[in-house]
Design a protein around this ligand. Structure first.
Ligand SMILES: NC(=O)c1ccc[n+]([C@@H]2O[C@H](COP(=O)([O-])OP(=O)(O)OC[C@H]3O[C@@H](n4cnc5c(N)ncnc54)[C@H](O)[C@@H]3O)[C@@H](O)[C@H]2O)c1
Ligand SMILES: O=c1ccn([C@@H]2O[C@H](COP(=O)(O)OP(=O)(O)O[C@H]3OC[C@@H](O)[C@H](O)[C@H]3O)[C@@H](O)[C@H]2O)c(=O)[nH]1
Length: 342
């Protein structure tokens, strides 16, 4: 069956699934690979996938930012496998679906080793597309709102080509993800691979690394530790925050449908960093100080997804509001920091 690309062209039918599927010994389970599945979003995705008894889940992760701890409830389960693997090396598996999430998401981590970040996005995605082609699997890429760069169009629609610095300190990630999208579409057009591209906007929730440097995790950890909330200048820059359970729901709907995307998955609720700090202050520690600190180069000044396409073709929209999601993350951080509520 040819797939409908977002630009209306139809492509060759996908390669036939692995001959294994026709063998009489074949388990009829769906074999799902989640690269980066030991990470924040990936481990929540694994939790949801494992709820379906017809799913066998394999996680491939190099633990650069993820942790086995995020998957401890599944280790040893007969339908679950965890392998230490770096996606910049080829991977030979028999699978039916690939959720390709492997890439450090926190700017502090993806800037730590920029060459490795772009290798992960380019060579890692090439390896996963090669795997999809070999076994006839469908593949979903978790791309990012960063492909829009410092957007001149607001809110951002999927048809916006972006405003990205090709040689900046964030380019390893922003351009790396753009090349990953390009590779996805080239394999789709040239080899008929069934692709799905999600452009994920800022996502938060339990299991974020406490010190991974992203704004929501920073503010909550700072408030719980009684440290000043560090608003990076100018403080008027905006982001929109999607709770992780909404994000996982969107990714699974995209994988199960026939849309190539790209499709924005995010919460259109837009806040300045000062507003976010004030909300965390009010909800967690009303006497905490808020201080302005220096920012880093090329920080986008505004970001808000237009999610009309996700609503229309996926029947998806976020349900959890920021003021509902933050307390759930606070509870998780208190537990992990040993600061249970008195
Ligand atoms: N969380 C967000 O706000 C957000 C926003 C946009 C896009 N995304 C994308 O979603 C995906 C997951 O993000 P996250 O927030 O869960 O980040 P995360 O850092 O928690 O998870 C990434 C996972 O990938 C693994 N990984 C990194 N490089 C790897 C490599 N070379 N080989 C194998 N595994 C590797 C890490 O160890 C980690 O487990 C990423 O692709 C990220 O770019 C996230
Ligand atoms: O302590 C902090 C940290 C960050 N910030 C600000 O908060 C905003 C968001 O910064 P974050 O580091 O949380 O995240 P970013 O928006 O830069 O990237 C995020 O969204 C796009 C995804 O692809 C990335 O994976 C995700 O990390 C920035 O304007 C930053 O300057 C603060 O004000 N204080």
């Amino acid at each position: 069956m040819a797939t409908n690309s977002s630009n209306g062209t139809t492509t060759k039918p996908p390669p036939i699934p692995s001959p294994l599927r026709n063998s009489k010994f074949f388990q009829s389970n769906m074999r799902i690979l989640v690269t980066g599945g030991a990470g924040f979003i990936g481990s929540h995705l694994v939790d949801r996938l494992m709820q379906n008894e017809k799913n066998e889940v394999i996680v491939a992760d190099n633990y650069f930012t993820g942790s086995k701890d995020n998957l401890k409830k599944w280790i040893g389960h007969p339908r679950f496998e965890l392998i230490r693997h770096d996606v910049t090396e080829p991977l030979f598996l028999e699978v039916d679906q690939i959720y390709h999430l492997a890439c450090p998401a926190s700017p502090i981590f993806y800037k730590y080793n920029p060459v490795k970040t772009i290798k992960t996005n380019v060579i890692g995605t090439l390896n996963m597309l090669g795997l999809a082609k070999r076994v006839g699997a469908r593949i979903l890429l978790t791309s990012t709102s960063e492909v829009y760069g410092d957007p001149l169009v607001h809110p951002q629609t999927e048809s916006y080509w972006g405003n990205v610095n090709p040689i900046g300190v964030r380019s390893c990630y922003d351009e790396g993800k753009r090349v990953a999208e390009t590779l996805m579409f080239d394999y789709h057009r040239q080899h008929g691979i069934e692709i799905h591209i999600a452009r994920i906007f800022n996502t938060y929730g339990p299991r974020m690394n406490i010190d991974d440097g992203r704004v929501v995790s920073n503010f909550i950890a700072q408030a719980l530790r009684g440290e000043a909330l560090t608003v990076q200048k100018p403080g008027t820059q905006t982001r929109s925050f999607c709770y992780v359970s909404d994000m996982v729901d969107g990714l699974m709907r995209l994988m199960e449908g026939d849309q190539t995307g790209p499709i924005n998955i995010g919460n259109p609720g837009e806040f300045t960093m000062v507003e976010l700090a004030e909300t965390v202050k009010e909800l967690i520690k009303p006497d905490v100080e808020i201080k302005m600190v220096e920012n880093t180069p090329d920080d986008p000044r505004q970001r808000k997804p237009d999610i009309s396409k996700a609503k229309q073709v996926l029947g998806w929209e976020p349900k959890v509001k920021l003021r509902e999601g933050l307390p759930l993350m606070e509870e998780d951080f208190r537990l992990r920091l040993g600061l249970l509520k008195k």
